[in-house]
Design a binder for this molecule. Sequence first.
Ligand code: NAD
Length: 466
Amino acid sequence: MTDHTPDAIAAAFAAQTAGVVTRRTRFGLAERRAALVRLRAVLAQREPDIIAALSADFGKPETETLLTEILPVRQDIAHAVRHLRRWMRPRRVAPTLAMLGTSARIRPEPRGVCLIIAPWNYPLNLALGPLVSCIAAGNSAILKPSELTPATSALIAAIVAEAFTPDLVTVVQGGADVSQALLALPFDHIFFTGSPEVGKIVMTAAARHLTSVTLELGGKSPAIIGPGADVDQAAAWVAFGKFVNAGQTCIAPDHVYVHDDVRPAFLAALRARIARAYGDGASPHLARIVNDRHAGRLRALLDDARGKGAQAVLGGAGEGRHIPPTLVEAVTPDMRLDQEEIFGPVLPVIGYADLDGVLARINARPKPLALYVFDRDRGFTDRIIAATSSGGVGVNLTMAHYSHHGLPFGGVNHSGIGAAHGEFGFRAFSHDRAVLANRFSALGLIFPPYTARVRGLVRAVLRLLG
Ligand code: NAD
């Protein structure tokens, strides 16, 4: 559905709420798998439309759409279908001495009606990926895609309408006002992907109903190139991570610290990589910036940096919504480029001689979503990992940790709360319900009245178990 009036939103919410109790018993393994398989079929059928929508929204190259929008969702579905039986199974917990005569288990249960709010930068992947976890966990969902990618968001609404009934999944389209109307409702869980600023608004709204939240946020993710790095490998991965989706990626390396010993070689390798991947001019292999406002924001960051003494040693302003891969040197802390999440194809390259200074800079900032380290020396990379905190870490690679289903994906504090993907996504949308059943427990012996015998027993228990 695409209607976003307050009445329509309230009706959609009421329709899903009415089904919560029924879904507890009737939306089991087979039904959830069937729902996911239906989504997979619609996605396969709509593949050409998805490619066209992403191209219309921000000139995303077909290969990037296949690789970073369609493939992750298909993998999410395949992984959930394969492992759902195990994820759903109640887990037995061994009895403790005090609980002898009882049996304990943890039942992952659906939370109920969930709200998923998605960003524009991977508009299909970051809307449908969480939806897969949400359905796998047995919930219904209202999904609000981003207003900044209108073609993809309209297509998501069509895909969802083909795959699901509205009492299971409904898409509500619109911007911040619609988002806020949704946030006023007492959802059982909110899964939000977007900026830390809006994340705070979401968490504040959730607090009014004590709704649980998963917040997948962003920030400035640093990369560190050590003196012992394979510079060609480092340049290849940094270029991929920074310029795929034109740098509009939550886990893109925001800026890179390069040890002075390898800085010239790294810069040369990076230039060669960029030339090979994108050539000169407006490359069809590079996505465009999502809108004029964001293109203007990036140019303003560049102007501010130039005005304060930075140099763009490659690339520059570009034209319209095209901004070429841009490398900036002599970036200092007073520049906006060093203060704000860049979220575009502009890479500050910052030299260092003293690693402790770099670690101090990283630790003085909010914990990033990702941190990348490049070096052949395991001692060097381990030292950085131990001395810092971030949502995830990539060693001698960028971005790929996103795609490992066995790893939790998420931030920490300012970069996010909770985790997504695979079983972690399933758990985000589940409530772990503790069930303890009495079989022949002796705990009744300590019930009142507190006679001398009970008091003696409690003392003995204290000695034995305390
Ligand atoms: P955003 O926070 O502006 O918007 C995200 C969603 O929130 C959109 O659906 C939007 O309509 C809604 N929204 C915007 N303003 C709102 C308000 N005032 N009240 C309620 N809802 C509102 O983020 P964006 O620009 O779409 O995405 C870019 C940001 O998202 C970056 O910070 C990036 O790092 C982050 N991000 C994080 C991840 C992750 O997985 N951790 C993934 C992608 C993007």
